[in-house]
Design a protein. Sequence first.
Length: 65
Amino acid sequence: MTIDEIKGVKPTKLISPMTPAKTRIDSLKRSKDAATKNLKAERDRQKLAKAQQTIANVTTSLTKN
């Protein structure tokens, strides 16, 4: 029995380097995910800004009456 087996450590598997084509696909996927995340954040920001503006408009119209 080896020390790694006693500790419960499993041997790591070697990961082969990706081909340039796979690297490009992986990069594009990460870029797509980042763009999707940024788009959602911007839409949420705009919704919040519009809701705050609506609240401000209603508040000012109520105080004028």
